[in-house]
Ligand binder design. Structure first.
Ligand code: NAP
Length: 315
């Protein structure tokens, strides 16, 4: 079995080492070394390609015969590659060590907002002793935009705190402890109940720019937004406008339209914006490789695997 591995930068060595240990029966080649070694000669088709943000020429020169594995949960960069093969399944990472850290990130942001951490930080800078009234968790609705692997993990982690949990997905879902909403028609009611809005959606043709001024204005006054899905879900200028006119209380942002976030971007210095550099759930190489190796073995036995991407839908 031949496996082609591509990962930008020096990280490829760690992926290769883990893959060799998890799948000793495979011959592993790496990109772009394969291209360099073969120059203009035709390359034998690998069985599997494991990729992250691959260059289009990879699929032209060495199209995999059995499957493409995306070395991340979000496939927006991969499905945008015009040469992505259409005759083999595209398979993404599911959880693979990301759900627990993402749930931590969400719980941290939700509890910080519920316990007024922005107001207390501002008061401390001015040496002001100003206790805020206690807010009952039952009055602090949390809306999870996206009820996939990560959204459901965040819901489970939030369940002990007593916040009313709401969720929104494309198709109807049943998640224990979560009032579920689905589709465009149910989005306004969902937003109206979300004192805290947590975005864990993929970036697709349907979701890009979803959180514009009109939709963000449907959130209750004082609401906070967390975005750990993809930066282009939010219209930056609209978020800033609603923060500045006092409708929104704050934003915690892990993902951005341009990464790294440009130094002049107004998010950096906004007093009610908290920024992290796309670290809410970093890919864990060992768990990811174990998951990919298990799926390759299933495919080799002719068994179905989960996590197959609907390329036309975009996730
Ligand atoms: N910041 C980070 O470090 C980090 C790390 C990993 C992933 N991510 C991002 O998180 C995203 C979610 O990951 P996941 O593993 O939870 O994905 P997932 O399991 O595919 O879940 C996606 C969820 O979004 C919903 N959705 C998609 N399009 C929609 C639409 N048009 N309208 C309403 N709901 C829609 C889906 O609805 P259905 O349930 O109906 O399918 C599903 O509930 C990834 O795509 C990636 O962009 C970020």
């Amino acid at each position: 079995m031949r496996v082609l591995l591509q990962f930008p930068g020096r990280g490829v060595a760690a992926w290769r080492e883990a893959l060799a240990a998890a799948l000793p029966e495979a011959t592993i080649e790496t990109w772009p070394d394969l291209r360099t070694a073969t120059s203009d000669r035709a390359v034998d088709r690998p069985d599997y390609a494991l990729v992250w943000k691959p260059p289009p020429e990879l699929f032209t020169a060495a199209p995999p015969a059995r499957a493409v594995f995306n070395l991340g949960a979000g496939v927006d960069a991969l499905v945008a590659v015009p040469t992505l093969p259409r005759d083999v399944p595209v398979i993404r990472l599911e959880d693979a060590g990301m759900a627990a850290p993402m749930a931590e990130y969400v719980v941290l942001a939700v509890l910080a907002a519920h316990r007024e951490s922005r107001a207390y930080a501002a008061a401390q800078r001015e040496a002001r002793w100003t206790p805020q009234p206690r807010r009952a968790p039952k009055d602090f609705g949390v809306g999870l935009l996206g009820l996939g692997v990560l959204g459901r993990a965040a819901a489970a982690a939030l369940s002990p705190f007593g916040f009313p949990l709401h969720g929104w997905s494309r198709s109807p879902r049943a998640v224990p402890g979560v009032t579920c909403h689905a589709g465009a028609a149910e989005l306004p009611a969902f937003l109206a109940r979300s004192r805290m809005l947590v975005c864990l959606l993929p970036s697709t043709a349907e979701t890009r720019g979803l959180l514009d001024r009109a939709r963000l204005a449907l959130l209750p006054v004082g609401a906070e937004v967390v975005n750990a899905g993809r930066g282009d879900l939010i219209v930056d200028a609209d978020l800033l406008a609603l923060l500045d006119d006092g409708h929104l209380g704050g934003a915690t942002l892990d993902v951005f339209r341009d990464e790294p976030l440009p130094p002049m971007h107004p998010f950096w210095h906004h007093p009610r914006v908290t920024i992290t550099p796309h670290v809410s759930a970093v890919t864990d190489i060992e768990s990811s490789v174990a998951q990919v190796a298990a799926k390759i073995r299933r495919l080799e036995r002719g068994e179905p695997v989960s996590g197959v991407v609907d390329v036309a839908r975009g996730y």
